[in-house]
Design a protein around this ligand. Structure first.
Ligand code: FAD
Ligand code: NAP
Ligand code: SF4
Length: 683
């Protein structure tokens, strides 16, 4: 059989060693790096991905000294005793035929601690501490720390190191005038500003010898003012190659950039044009990155000469078997990363171990396993939303006999609304994945079948899982019920699922995740910038770094006019959108600002009237006014749907509630899938 992805699966000869394919699992901080006690879990995490076929894996970042910490006591590799402990990780990976390199990450002014250092005394907009300026001797000490860390990585059994030179960390800080204000041999001219990475790479190479991988990760687009010009980027790449790097990995945007770079609304492979520009300039392999999540996209980038390797980090969190599935022509079975950040990045930003919304086993490989059932049972799962799909498929994989009942004509529950939101197209992939998994796992699916208590009781089931989800809440606003009946008011289900026509001026009641999504749906008017890379880049003001330093300087975002005038309302006095995702909330708020959506807090809904929505503000009910709108769309949260529970329990059937049917408040797909999977692992 010819290979379905010939470029992706082609080996890469590095001279002294060979990678089995072009997939590089990019570095992700999972939280398991922080503390030796997690090393067995980290070993299981990487071993599973090595077994799954990844060509080369990169660990989360390890600081080479305390000054380079991300946060107090976060991951570092500074002593031989620590290096010895890493053997559990490297041995596990090698036993599976994999290769792994350790990332050396010096955070510079991004360190969230009072000992942070940088080229100049500056404070980043995303950290609470100002960095101290390094003396020339201090700079030499940082270089020596990189070299020692690389030597320790070699002792620990790693196949190489990645020198982290992108995303705005210490090395980037030296490279550009935005942060480097020095006038000695480490600042000023380009030669001086790039002395730090060149010295690090050449001295690491000198120390570790010729047969050790050195990946240098460089920023191709800083997305900060006064960032690198394209000429400087090319000169740096050539200098790093000459200094002894084996592979050039790439990164996009400093962490403080105000342009999204990996969120789900970023078009797939939106930045690959930059690695395509760099590749002809150097002789070593170039790796492209950012929002590449399927084998088809990766194959295309390699085939069209955009890169020699493709970095996929979160996609291998979502599915450890990504490469093996691609290799056996079973891409439809890949659990695709939807770039939501909800369980990976958002967990790290809130001090929790990372996992994955679509794969709760990620980083929990030693704790959550789907083993064959000791005694197969006959089980009914009611509702094929994310919770029901997760539990039904895990149960069937474990050997239980599962009937899955879904009232609608298709699986997916609320995901069928989420997928219609511009910028949430990736939700289609989860539906494709679950659709295929239902087939392969042997779940008996009954579509268009609303299960009732009598049928379930007569079915002779050992256990029933109710994953029946939610119903939209109808707030007690005078006139709303009549307006819903007349069509003046609509629910988000009417708009997103039933395709109800919506006028040009709209009030959205409720500014939670769904209120924001519905507003985006209304202002985009059916055209998703996520599916139009050129439009998306213009909208966010991203320029070619050959024309504008850092890809931003002097570029004004060009936003298409909104399709509708939208007013987004909430009763709370807090800032609208405050409860959105930690790493993505700012993107939704910025997008709605760009589309001139007017958001109001502290609203009292006095009445729905034929001409619109009568409002007042605050406890004093001040500023009474009629907001004249064509339609009112209600996005005011949900109530659990669980009327089947009582009759089933009365009939003596063991009944479980999961997802929205269990707790509707603050429910998201992460909780729904996690709860469904964990319950199914235990039955
Ligand atoms: P549901 O998805 O509501 O599924 C319940 C299913 O049960 C439905 O298909 C229903 O038809 C079926 N059912 C009910 N009663 C019966 C019966 N008696 N017999 C047979 N079938 C029955 N979450 C996130 O985490 N991230 C997001 O970005 C995100 N975006 C969203 C965007 C929108 C527009 C919406 C509407 C939701 C979004 N969510 C998001 C929320 C997420 O979709 C829900 O949390 C999740 O779908 C809840 O899963 P569930 O399985 O509990 O319920
Ligand atoms: P939500 O986040 O709980 O928001 C509900 C909104 O309705 C709030 O703004 C609330 O604000 C308002 N509300 C609640 N009761 C009301 C009442 N009686 N009258 C008027 N307004 C009322 O829920 P959601 O927006 O329905 O989203 C459901 C879940 O889906 C969320 O928990 C979220 O996690 C998930 N989701 C996630 C995303 C994402 O991007 N991660 C996107 C969409 C949905 P006030 O009470 O202040 O008015
Ligand atoms: Fe991808 Fe979301 Fe999983 Fe993170 S949590 S790996 S972004 S699907």
């Amino acid at each position: 059989m010819t290979s379905p992805y010939p470029h992706l699966l082609a080996p890469l000869d590095l001279g002294f060693t060979r990678l089995k394919n072009r997939v590089l699992m990019g570095s992700m901080h999972t939280g398991l790096e922080d503390g030796d006690e997690h090393l067995p879990r980290l070993a299981a995490f990487f071993a599973e991905r090595a077994r799954g076929g990844a060509g080369l894996m990169i660990t989360g970042g390890y600081a080479p000294n305390t000054e380079g910490w991300l946060a107090p006591n976060s991951s570092q590799l500074t002593h031989r005793s620590a290096a010895r402990k890493h053997r559990i990780v490297t041995d596990a990976v090698h036993a599976e035929g994999g290769k792994i390199v350790l990332q050396i990450l010096h955070c510079g002014r991004y360190g969230a601690h009072p000992r942070s250092v940088s080229c100049s005394a500056t404070q980043s907009p995303i950290t609470a501490f100002a960095a101290r300026e390094l003396s020339p001797l201090g700079i030499e000490r940082q270089i020596a720390a990189f070299v020692r860390c690389a030597a320790l990585a070699r002792e620990a059994g790693y196949d190489g190191v990645e020198v982290m030179g992108s995303e705005g960390y210490l090395i980037n800080q030296f490279l550009v005038r935005h942060t480097n204000h020095r006038s000695d041999r480490w600042g000023g001219s380009l030669e001086n500003r790039m002395r730090l990475p060149v010295e690090i790479v050449s001295r690491v190479r000198e120390k570790v010898g010729p047969d050790f991988i050195i990946v240098y990760r460089m920023s191709l687009l800083d997305l900060v003012p006064d960032g690198q010009s394209w000429d400087e980027t090319v000169l740096l790449a050539k200098a790093v190659e000459k200094a002894g790097a084996t592979i050039l990995n790439t990164g996009i945007g400093w962490h403080e950039a105000r342009v999204p770079t990996i969120a789900t609304s970023v078009p797939r492979a939106a930045f690959a044009w930059l690695s395509r520009k760099l590749k002809p300039e150097v002789g070593i392999p170039v790796c492209t990155s950012n929002r590449i999540n399927t084998p088809e996209v990766a194959e295309q980038l390699l085939a069209d000469g955009s890169a020699d390797m493709v970095s996929m980090a979160r996609p291998l969190l979502a599915d450890a078997e990504f490469v093996n599935k691609a290799a056996r022509n079973a891409a439809a079975e890949i659990n695709t990363c939807i770039a939501c950040n909800q369980a990976c990045l958002d967990h790290i930003f809130t001090g929790r171990i990372a996992s994955c919304l679509v794969n709760p086993r990620a980083c929990f490989e030693t704790l959550l396993n789907y083993r064959p059932a000791a005694r197969p049972k006959k089980i009914a799962v009611v509702g094929a939303g994310p919770a029901g799909l997760a539990s039904a498929t895990v149960l069937a994989q474990r050997g239980h006999r599962v009937d899955l009942f879904e009232a609608a004509a298709e699986i997916g529950g609320q995901f069928n609304m989420a997928k219609r939101i511009p910028g949430k197209e990736e939700f289609h992939e989860s539906l494709r994945y679950y659709g295929r998994l239902v087939e392969t796992s042997g779940v008996r699916l009954h579509l268009g079948c609303r299960a009732d208590a009598a049928r379930l009781i007569a079915g002779g089931y050992d256990e029933v899982i109710l994953a029946t989800g939610v119903t939209p809440r109808e707030p007690a606003i005078p006139g709303l019920a009549a307006a819903l009946a007349s069509g003046k008011a609509l629910t988000y289900v009417d708009v997103l699922l039933r395709g109800a026509p919506v006028g040009k001026r709209v009030a959205v009641v409720g500014a939670g995740g769904i209120g924001y999504d519905v507003s985006e749906f209304l202002v985009e008017g059916g055209h998703s910038p996520t599916l139009d890379t050129a439009l998306w880049l213009r909208q966010w003001g991203v320029a070619d770094p050959a024309q504008a330093r850092g890809g931003v300087a002097g570029v004004q975002p060009q936003v298409e006019p909104p399709a509708r005038e939208v007013f987004l309302l909430q009763r709370k006095s807090s800032k609208p959108g405050a409860g959105l995702g930690k790493s993505t909330g700012w993107i939704h708020r910025t997008m709605l600002n760009m589309k001139r959506v007017q958001a109001f807090s502290g609203v009292n809904y006095e009445a729905v009237e034929p001409a619109g929505l009568r409002l007042s503000f605050g406890e004093g009910r001040v500023k009474p006014q009629l907001l004249e709108v064509d339609h009112i769309v209600v996005c005011a949260g949900q109530e659990p749907l669980r009327e089947l529970q009582a009759p089933l329990q009365a009939a003596g059937i063991r009944t479980h509630l999961i997802g929205g049917a269990d707790v509707a408040a603050e429910l998201d797909a992460k909780r729904a899938i996690d709860q469904g999977s964990r319950l199914a692992a235990e039955i």
